[in-house]
Design a protein around this ligand. Structure first.
Ligand code: NAP
Length: 529
């Protein structure tokens, strides 16, 4: 497929009239000449949003099987893009082939998982409370299901050019919910975005869906994204990126005549608790596994273990020494964008210059002028961290901070003070369980996912995953952006009170013609259908 750099608006592709930009080769920082990308203008935003709004009712009321087939077809078309997609994503992101092939598989699998969910009807969450005419006062018939919220604006993430970008988790969840999607492509991987965007556009055409079900806009700056979030036709936003970016979009939403939910996944340092018995029995193994995790993908995971907390002692010292030794040999890795590298370098300089911080070890230094980042390990005392909360701020990239707590009480105080997190991990042996049990209520308050004896960088896409957490991990800790529960962000409940049977949605009719799972009079119906 030839890249053209065009905006995809409904069924059409056309050149934007705004500022031009080029994709950049991540390894060389050289602009990839062809094609030139042109930013959208406000008229393009208006048109994409108007098409999305006009597509909404027809799309959300499609039979479930058609919507599911559409999602399956997008997955197949992305796979059919073959090596061209992987090669383009490699040059734009600097991520290695195996990682991107895995990400493509995850992208296709999550689309298919949402297709299965749509077929099941479970996301409708159908409930029926039959009329109670004998009751005083009598109760009328009440029936409940969820419907899509309306057109959703999705911001592609730089660090997952496939699985959290144009056809990534946010888009898959919104399309599964019955919501048209307008994507603001991330300018760090425009060619990858175009390939995937065109695959979705072809799937819309093939399924004979209203063209406004999908559009994708480019922008070299922030205007298009801001205009999208402000547009009255947009009813929800999915975003993964910086805290500043997420907050800016939340502010735009709050200033609208009709504020809308902005589901922003922003920053997390993913504390790991090195429990005493585990440190005593396996400090060295833990340290080596930790270094592998913190440097995986050059540290550019939202679940990167950025804060390692332990209680002072011989085990903690062994952990620190082995981690320092292991990071010493780590090669400098390519960062996703020049902006992310600059933010990383500024972050580690700020830490290194702080007199309360010890630089434990650094990885191999990058060549001057390259877009590579040096891995770094810092060490601070819990007292310093408690005195200066910026020491627990995220520095996105291959760095982590070891925090030495004087005792269990101080560890507890630190945990009580830290901000909301995507994950918190316990490294524990059997003897640590009583102490871990006492910490669990704090961990539950602070994080969306609690792990034991592993590292948080792998995020399984499944029914039971939570990739969310209290602010600033996300803007709304009641939801997840990964896994089938992500669909809930783009649905809202509607109650049908006393409607004639013929007017009821099929899922709520007495005979249950769709065979969906329902609650009936407070109990789960035993056999659907
Ligand atoms: P970003 O700067 O937050 O940008 C993400 C997307 O939002 C881009 O399309 C960006 O457009 C847009 N955007 C940002 N600020 C905006 C605003 N005020 N108004 C409208 N649109 C806005 O994230 P990034 O470029 O991917 O990476 C920068 C930093 O984000 C990293 O250093 C890291 O700290 C963080 N990050 C976090 C995660 C995570 O998983 N939590 C993932 C990736 C990045 P432009 O590109 O045109 O600015």
């Amino acid at each position: 497929m030839n890249l053209t750099g065009e905006l995809l608006i409904g069924a059409n592709a056309r050149r934007g009239q705004g500022a031009e930009f080029h994709a950049v080769d991540a390894a060389t920082e050289q602009a990839l000449q062809a094609p030139t990308y042109y930013s959208a203008k406000s008229g393009d935003v208006d048109q994409a949003c108007a098409l999305a709004e006009s597509a909404f009712d027809a799309y959300r009321t499609l039979p479930a099987e058609r919507r599911a087939r559409f999602l399956d077809d997008i997955a197949a078309r992305i796979e059919a893009l073959g090596d061209a997609l992987i090669e383009r994503a490699m040059s734009e992101s600097g991520l290695p082939k195996a990682r991107l092939e895995g990400e493509r598989a995850r992208t296709a699998n999550q689309l298919r998982m949402f297709a299965t969910l749509v077929r099941s009807g479970d996301a409708l969450d159908a409930r029926i409370e039959p009329a109670l005419p004998e009751r005083q006062p009598p109760r009328t018939d009440l029936r409940f299901q969820r419907i899509g919220v309306g057109p959703v604006a999705v911001f592609g993430a730089s660090n997952f050019p496939l699985a959290f970008s144009v056809a990534g988790g946010d888009t898959a969840a919104a399309l599964a919910a019955g919501c048209p999607v307008v994507v603001k492509a991330h300018p760090a991987h425009p060619g990858t975005s175009e390939l995937v965007g065109r695959a979705i556009q072809d799937a819309v055409r093939h399924a004979e869906l209203p063209e406004g079900v999908f559009s994708m806009l480019f922008d070299a700056g922030h205007e298009v994204g801001a205009a999208l979030v402000a547009h009255p036709s947009i009813k929800a936003v999915g975003f993964t990126g910086s805290r500043a970016g997420g907050r800016a979009l939340m502010a735009i939403s709050n200033a609208r005549a009709e504020p809308i939910p902005v589901y922003a996944e922003m920053s997390s340092v993913n504390p790991n608790l090195l429990m005493p018995a585990a440190l005593t029995s396996r400090a060295e193994t833990l340290a080596r596994d930790f270094v592998a995790s913190v440097t995986l993908g050059c540290g550019q995971f939202c679940t990167n273990p950025g804060l390692m907390l332990g209680i002072a002692g011989e085990g903690f010292e062994r952990f620190a020494a082995t981690a320092a030794q292991s990071i010493d040999g780590v090669q400098a890795g390519v960062m996703l964008t020049g902006g992310i590298l600059r933010a990383y370098d500024a972050g580690i300089e700020r830490f290194a210059a702080n007199p309360a911080v010890t630089t434990l070890a650094r990885g191999k230094a990058p060549e001057a002028g390259s877009r590579r980042a040096q891995a770094v390990l810092f060490r601070v005392s819990a007292k310093s961290l408690l005195a200066d909360h910026t020491l627990a701020d995220e520095v996105f990239g291959p760095c982590s901070v070891l925090v030495e707590c004087a005792d269990a009480d101080e560890l507890r105080t630190v945990l009580n003070r830290i901000e909301g997190q995507l994950t918190i991990t316990l490294h524990l042996d059997d003897a640590d369980q009583p102490a871990a049990q006492a910490l669990l209520p704090i961990l539950e308050r602070k994080a969306g996912r609690i792990l034991a004896n592993g590292f948080p960088t792998g995020v399984e896409v499944c029914d039971a995953m939570v990739h969310g957490g209290p602010f600033p991990a996300t803007s709304d800790g009641r939801s997840t952006s990964v896994g089938t529960a992500a669909i809930e962000r783009y649905m809202r409940p509607v109650c049908y009170q006393n409607l004639p049977a013929a007017l009821l949605p099929k899922a709520l009719r007495d005979a249950n013609p769709l065979g969906v799972h329902r609650r009936f009079a407070g109990r789960h119906e035993r056999t659907p259908g």
